[in-house]
Design a binder for this molecule. Structure first.
Ligand SMILES: C[S@@+](CC[C@H](N)C(=O)[O-])C[C@H]1O[C@@H](n2cnc3c(N)ncnc32)[C@H](O)[C@@H]1O
Length: 349
């Protein structure tokens, strides 16, 4: 019997504990909800529903799944507030899903989720192993997940689309940067160039382009051409570990530094400083960790993703970045939130 001197034991017996196990259990099985969403994107559920409401059988055949799990799958998506079901049993996209997960819309971010599904989710089962060994667990032969993935000289569509989806999330906030004070931009590690495209679209005087590994060239050039911006944005091929960086009034490094160890991070910041003209600006954006390392779960979990995916990468705080940027020579550093997860730090040369 519980001791009266031990209130916790008594609470447990009386079932009046002020805490419940719900949050812990829900966290422990959060992967189920996550995978339901990732599979729905993979199967094109939201794109199919963008054509209009579908009943169970129509939706099931549209996306090509078996009868057994279909109803539970679609109703799970209803319970997760991604889909809605009307009184006659027809499914339709919820507001967010309709806006962000219809492949035909320019606001589509499913590419980023496809990336999580294909290139992240399978490797996270090795987190314990990564923690024990301190070694990446993504099976990359070269240790560089980018070079490794591009080693056949082609870049998977899912990867470039994922980067584009990620860049689209930050683009509206970065477009509000005082671009009227500058003429040129170079996005370092640009992937398809989604970010310079969004900047150039809003600010007609801006020219420049993106820098990335050579296999990214056709993806950049076809994306920029589709947006009608080939005359203003060009691709610079190179390896930032070995080559100098091209110059522009503003340089951007988005979700690049976290892939590397501290020596490479500072080397890249020094290269950016050297490439900038006097009074030029560097924008670094990332899932920054709060300085006290207590509340930024997305940044901290992103850092664990770097543990699994890279040789020495890690995410960092604004305070860490401030020290590295000041050391490279940047001054007038300021931080701005871009989305609920991502922030940018801007420094001037
Ligand atoms: C995580 S992605 C970030 C893409 C984009 N900036 C964004 O925020 O969505 C990193 C980019 O850096 C590029 N990259 C990786 N290693 C590189 C290298 N050694 N030289 C040039 N680019 C590189 C990759 O090809 C990829 O496009």
């Amino acid at each position: 019997m519980a001791s009266l001197r031990n209130p916790i034991a008594l609470d447990a017996v009386m079932n009046i504990s002020p805490v419940t196990s719900d949050r812990i259990v829900n966290l422990g099985k959060a992967f189920r909800a996550s995978k339901a969403l990732l599979s729905a994107v993979e199967l094109g559920v939201f794109t199919a529903l963008a054509h209009g409401p579908r009943d169970l059988e129509m939706l099931r055949t549209d996306i090509g799944i078996a009868e057994r799990g279909a109803r539970d799958f679609f109703d799970s998506l209803v319970a997760l507030k991604l889909l809605e079901r009307d009184e006659v049993g027809r499914y339709r996209n919820g507001l967010e899903a309709g806006h962000y997960l219809d492949r035909a819309k320019p606001t589509y971010i499913g590419g980023e989720l496809d990336n999580f599904n294909k290139h992240g989710y399978p490797h996270w089962q090795f987190l314990t192993q990564a923690l024990k060994t301190g070694k990446p667990q993504n099976g990359a032969a070269t240790g560089n997940r980018f070079l490794d993935r591009y080693s056949d000289q082609s870049v998977p569509e899912t990867f470039t689309e994922g980067m584009t989806a990620g860049a689209r999330l930050v683009a509206p906030a970065i477009a509000k940067f005082p671009w009227d004070r500058y003429r040129t931009v170079i996005d370092i590690g640009t992937a398809q160039g989604a970010l310079p495209v969004e900047i150039a679209r809003v600010h007609e005087h801006i020219t420049g382009g993106g820098f990335d590994l050579a296999p990214m060239r056709p993806h950049f050039e076809s994306y920029v051409k589709k947006q009608g911006l080939s005359g203003r944005l060009r691709f610079h091929a190179g390896d930032f570990l070995h080559d100098p960086l091209p110059s522009a009034d503003v340089m951007i490094m988005g979700r690049v530094l976290h892939n590397w160890d501290v020596i490479t991070k500072t080397m890249l910041l020094n290269k950016a400083y050297n490439a900038l003209p006097p009074a030029g600006a560097l924008i670094v954006y990332e899932r920054m960790i709060d300085d006290a390392r207590q509340v930024s779960a997305p940044g901290l979990l992103s850092s664990l993703n770097m543990l699994i995916m890279t040789e020495g990468g890690f995410d960092y705080t604004v305070a860490d970045l401030t020290v590295w940027m000041q050391h490279a020579g940047f001054y007038d550093l300021r931080v701005e939130r871009l989305t609920s997860e991502l922030s940018m730090v801007v420094g001037t040369k």
